[in-house]
Design a protein around this ligand. Sequence first.
Ligand code: FAD
Length: 302
Amino acid sequence: MTSLEQTLRRTLKGEVLFDRAARGRYSTDASIYQIEPVGIVIPRDETDLALALDVARDAKAALLPRGAGTSQCGQTVGAALIVDFSKYMRNVVGFDKDRAEVTVQPGVVLDQLNAWLRPHGLWYPVDVSTSAQCTLGGMAGNNSCGSRSIRYGNMVHNVAAMDVILADGTRARFDSKRPEDMQPAVRVIADKVAALAFAERDEIERMFPKVLRRVAGYNLDIFFPQSERPYTTDNSVNLAHLLVGSEGTLAVTERLTLKLSPLPKAKTLGVVNFASFYKAMESAQHIVKLKRWLAPIPPSGR
Ligand SMILES: Cc1cc2nc3c(=O)[nH]c(=O)nc-3n(C[C@H](O)[C@H](O)[C@H](O)COP(=O)(O)OP(=O)(O)OC[C@H]3O[C@@H](n4cnc5c(N)ncnc54)[C@H](O)[C@@H]3O)c2cc1C
C-alpha cells in the first residue's frame, strides 16, 4: 500500500479505491482513451473532499475531478488521483424560487435536478442528451450545451456562482460581485486575469471563435465576450464564467448556483420531411437566424 493510499484511508470517511479492478474501471470514460489512474477517492461530503485535496497536495499527487465520465475527449482519464463526485455529493443544498436559482453539489445528475424542480414549475434548461447520467459539476467543467441552447444558452450562460476549492486549499466563491466586494483570494485572481485579458484584448478579439459554445481554452473574454450570446444579460462580469469550461484545471467545484427557467406551459412537436439530407441541413441556418434568445423569457413562462 502506498503512503498516499494509507493516508487517504486514515483520513477519509468516504471510499478509497486503489485495487486493480477499480483502477481498471476508472481508466475508461466515454472517450477512446484508456489511462490507469493512481487511485480513486469517493468523498462522502464537503469535509471529506477538502481533506482529500489536502492529502493529495501534501503528496504532490495530480488530481482529476470526475462526474459521470461521459465526456468524449478523455477529460476524465489520467494518471492522477480521481475524485468521483457522482456517488455521494449529489444533494440539492439551496433553492430560491423567487430568484429562480438553485444550489447543488457537483454530483447532482441533470434529470435528478429537473425532477426535483418540476413541482416548482421550473427547470434547468441546458438539456444535454446524456441527461440521465451527466452531473452538473461535469456539465460546468466542459461548458455543456443542449438541444435548446440557441434558446436558453449553454452552461456559461446559466451558472450564477461557483463555490470552489483552489489549489492551495482556499475555499472561494466565484460570482458576479464587484471587485471591491470580493473575498481577498478571489480579488487577487480577478485582478491578474483582468490584467492579462486587457493586455491581450486585441488578440482575443482576433482569435477567439465567435460561436455559442467554446471550450478550447479558458474564457479570458469574460470582460468583453466573444461568444455569439453575451455571458450575462446586463453586461456585468461574472467570475464563475472563467471556471466554466476549464475542465477542472483551475479549481475543484464544491457547489454550483444555477439560473433556472420556467417550465414551458405547452410543448409542440413539429415533424418536417425533407427531400434530402442536404436540404435538411441547409434549413438549420434559417432556424438559427431567428435568434429566439433575443426575446426575454417572461417569468410566468412562454
Ligand atoms: C452519446 C453522448 C451524447 C452526448 N451529448 C452531449 C450533448 O448533447 N451536449 C453536450 O454538451 N455534451 C454531450 N456529451 C458529452 C457529455 O455527456 C456531456 O458534456 C456531459 O454534460 C458531461 O457530464 P459528466 O458528468 O459526464 O462530466 P465528466 O465527463 O465527468 O466531466 C467533465 C469535465 O468536468 C470536470 N469536472 C467534473 N466534476 C468536476 C468538479 N466537481 N470540479 C471541477 N471539475 C469537474 C472533469 O474533470 C472534466 O474535465 C455527450 C456524450 C455522449 C457519450
